[in-house]
Design a binder for this molecule. Structure first.
Ligand SMILES: NC(=O)c1ccc[n+]([C@@H]2O[C@H](COP(=O)([O-])OP(=O)(O)OC[C@H]3O[C@@H](n4cnc5c(N)ncnc54)[C@H](O)[C@@H]3O)[C@@H](O)[C@H]2O)c1
Length: 326
């Protein structure tokens, strides 16, 4: 199979590429290296079946030439992370809306299958016990840039679905729930690498808000094989699947767990949301996936627990060739 991975130099994209190469496929990554890095592709670049094309999904000609002849496109390129979205709302919207349209158009023209990486953010403030794919979305005002990512990804899903209905695009959608693992950077507000980076350098571990917000972290090593299977599974076409972990934790408990597992002397402190993200920031108290649909179709089951995940991130950040995340 010949695969294109947009956003392939990013955290999830680079793990996906390693797996596709291990399975014997040919892979082209298209990435503008805005939040991704060449270092994430060191392993992939060592072999002959991989190529990185540096450029943007906003470049229609480039996307057209990269997807020509591909069997499948994994569309992961996006402006990701609360800080980036809040600090650069217009650029993020363009990437997440227009960029997706460019990729969908190219996939239709070249007859490629497509997998869209969407997000649990589309559920917004719905804090139900186990969010099913058909759960309602509860979003704040569209004028709050904090919700622009969720709004754009929701439209990306609708575009993908409609390209399937009207142009015969064979596409599936995954909603990823707080996926973590090695290579994720804490720079854009991702909480686990940020906590581990703070713990390893002895700086205070900073919890935004009261720390009682609950999340369920999923391992990139669990999620990436499911993405490959769903992209190639005809019964997944036209459907959306939640993918994530199984163990719920408060952010406060996560901070203590990180400190314990890293053996760090760091203090644990709280930072008000306003100070972390600017005035008027809204968070959701709880986000927990129901992954029954993916389990029933492809046998998806998260196998790594939170301790495994924290330890793997700690090991990767301690490795001599990796800088500790900030
Ligand atoms: N990590 C998570 O927990 C999570 C959760 C939900 C959804 N997702 C989705 O998964 C995908 C990958 O996220 P990630 O966590 O690996 O983030 P990431 O920032 O590491 O990856 C995104 C990649 O897209 C690239 N990119 C950004 N704009 C681009 C453009 N215009 N053209 C080409 N490349 C561009 C970046 O350089 C980066 O390599 C994204 O679509 C994201 O919305 C991730």
């Amino acid at each position: 199979m010949k695969a294109v991975v947009t956003g392939g130099a990013g955290f999830i994209g680079s793990h996906l590429i390693d797996l596709l190469l291990d399975q014997g496929h040919e892979v082209v990554a298209l990435d503008d290296l805005s939040t991704g890095s060449r270092a994430n592709l060191d392993r992939a670049s060592a072999g002959p079946r991989f190529r990185l094309v540096e450029g943007s999904i906003l470049d229609e000609d480039l996307v057209g030439s990269v997807t020509a002849g591909a069997d499948v496109v994994f569309h992961l390129a996006a402006a990701v992370g609360v800080h980036l979205i809040v600090d650069h709302p217009l650029r993020s919207l363009r990437t997440n809306l227009y960029g997706t349209e460019v990729v969908l158009d190219a996939a239709v023209r070249h007859g490629c299958r497509l997998l869209l990486a969407s997000t649990s953010e589309v559920y917004g403030k719905n804090d139900a016990d186990g969010l099913h794919e058909d759960a309602d979305r509860i979003l704040g005002s569209p004028l709050k840039s904090r919700w622009s990512y969720a709004a754009a990804k929701g439209l990306d899903e609708l575009l993908t679905y409609t390209y399937g209905q009207e142009h015969g695009l064979r596409a599936a959608i995954v909603r990823l729930f707080n996926i973590v693992g090695p290579r994720q950077t804490g720079r854009y507000g991702m909480v686990v690498p940020r906590f581990v980076g703070q713990a390893l350098t002895g700086r205070p571990i900073t919890i935004y808000g009261d720390g009682q917000q609950r999340r369920c972290f999923g391992s990139v090593h669990d999620v990436v094989p499911a993405m490959v299977t769903l992209a190639c599974e005809p019964r997944a076409e036209g459907q959306v699947f939640n993918l994530g972990g199984r163990e719920e934790t408060t952010i406060g408990a996560l901070a203590h767990r990180v400190r314990e597992l890293t053996g760090s002397p760091s203090a644990i402190t709280h930072v008000p949301y306003d100070e972390a993200y600017g005035p008027g920031y809204e968070d959701m108290r709880r986000r927990m996936p129901d992954t029954t649909r993916a389990h029933e179709l492809i046998g998806y089951k998260a196998s790594r627990d939170l301790d495994d995940i924290i330890i793997s991130i700690t090991d990767s950040l301690r490795a001599p060739d990796r800088a500790v995340a900030t």
